[in-house]
Design a protein around this ligand. Structure first.
Ligand code: LRH
Ligand code: MN
Ligand code: MN
Length: 399
């Protein structure tokens, strides 16, 4: 394999979410998966298995308070012993009664202060765990016209974000996630990339936009958003998943392999751009998975997700960028398109098997996982927990 390709593929990173390893469900039913992790310690064990098999998924994102522990230093150590790092810290300002009418945009100042205090606590968690990203998603919004003043809510959002931004240490980032709808059904305060981007611009350099693939209207060209934000130096990260209808949180690259390829293509173009800002931004993007597996076995689903991202990236790296430029320069529409399709249609599986051998990994991670007995072991050790949304089982099982 050519040295540049090997270097790029072995440097790829995908962060997995703690909440993807526990039992989660829809509003209709949570199916209990045998052996699903019961707390953050077990979630880290599962993430370590995904990292052991892929070699490109050492980071684990936390959701606080779902993953709250007394001693975050201990948690960081536990992760490091397993070859993991603590990734983005995701504050939760949507599950408590107080947040019925919003968190940082709530009309009640006391509730806003409470939400901001939690966000600031999460900045402290970042310091204790060595995390560099604070990943913010707000359920804030309204359900009916007239329910609240839309511009006032915008101002409250801006003020809250600004306070948290200014409390963040140098070298850290605030990732601002947007979502079209749900749970608010009339107006969501951070409804699209433009809203997130304008807040980021106003509050400061540490703020960047996070793109979750499931958070757009049908048919939106996400790779164009990616290109635009990269060019503005404000693309901070991704929440990868797949969807068909709403925010389905299915395994990335299942219903959307071409979209995923086109997104990675923009990132490869950006990382090779002659423009300094675009290049630095593209090289610094946080790649994270945001999925909740409802009927799938948790660890295998996460493994598949990481591998799907790896395939998409490998294909994007194979795009003949010189040929593409030439065709674009000549206005040769179909030749340019064919350059993209040639890369997309390449079977990169043999190449990735070669890569894994170079990385001292088993060339067939899914088969290795299935043959390795991890699922049987955790099913035996952990049993099957009934119920429980994304929320953690409170007692600590192991330290
Ligand atoms: C919201 C979201 C957000 C949350 C996660 C649990 O739909 O994508 O990123 O933090 O789900
Ligand atoms: Mn998300
Ligand atoms: Mn989502």
């Amino acid at each position: 394999m050519n040295a540049d390709l090997l270097q790029a593929l072995s440097a790829q990173r995908i962060e997995t979410p703690s909440w993807g390893y526990g039992n989660s469900g829809t509003r209709f039913k949570t199916f209990a998966a045998p052996g699903a992790a019961r707390d953050i310690w077990e979630k880290l064990d599962d993430a370590a298995e995904v990292q052991r098999l892929t070699g490109i998924a050492p980071g684990v994102a936390l959701h606080i308070p779902w993953d709250e522990v007394e001693d975050y230093g201990e948690l960081g150590k536990y992760a490091a012993q397993r070859g993991l790092t603590i990734g983005a810290i995701n504050p939760n300002v949507f599950q408590d009664e107080e947040y019925k009418l919003g968190s940082v945009t709530n009309p009640d100042e006391a509730v806003r202060e409470r939400a901001i205090a939690h966000l600031l606590d999460c900045v402290e968690v970042m310091k204790k765990t060595g995390s560099r990203d604070l990943s913010l998603w707000f359920a804030d919004g309204t359900n009916y016209a007239g329910q609240d003043d839309l511009r006032s809510r915008k101002h409250r959002m801006r003020a809250g974000l600004k306070r948290v931004h200014d409390a963040m240490p140098d070298g850290t980032r605030m990732l601002v996630e947007y979502k079209l709808f749900e749970p608010a059904f009339y107006a969501t305060d951070l409804f699209d990339w433009g809203a997130a981007y304008s807040h980021c611009l106003a509050i400061g350099e540490k703020a960047q936009v996070l793109v979750d693939l499931g958070h757009h209207a049908q048919g939106v060209n996400i790779e164009q958003i990616v290109a635009f934000l990269l060019d503005e130096g404000r693309l901070g990260g991704f929440h990868f998943n797949a969807r068909r209808y709403g925010d389905d949180d299915l395994i990335v690259g299942t219903s959307n392999p071409f979209e995923l390829f086109c997104i990675y293509a923009e990132l490869v173009f950006g990382a090779n751009s002659v423009d300094d800002l675009t290049r630095r931004t593209a090289q610094n993007v946080a790649y994270m998975i945001d999925q909740s597996h409802n009927i799938e076995p948790k660890v295998e689903a996460m493994l598949q997700s990481v591998l799907n991202c790896q395939e998409a990236y490998a294909k994007a790296l194979l795009i003949d960028r010189d040929l593409l430029k030439e065709a674009q320069g000549q206005g040769d529409v179909l030749a340019a398109h064919r350059v993209m399709m040639d890369a997309f249609k390449t079977d990169v599986r043999p190449l990735l098997m070669e890569l894994r051998v170079e990385m001292d990994l088993n060339p067939e991670p899914i088969q290795a996982y299935r043959a390795g007995g991890y699922q049987a072991k955790v099913t035996r050790d952990r049993g099957t927990q009934t119920g429980g949304g994304g929320y953690p089982v409170k007692e600590k099982v192991r330290s």
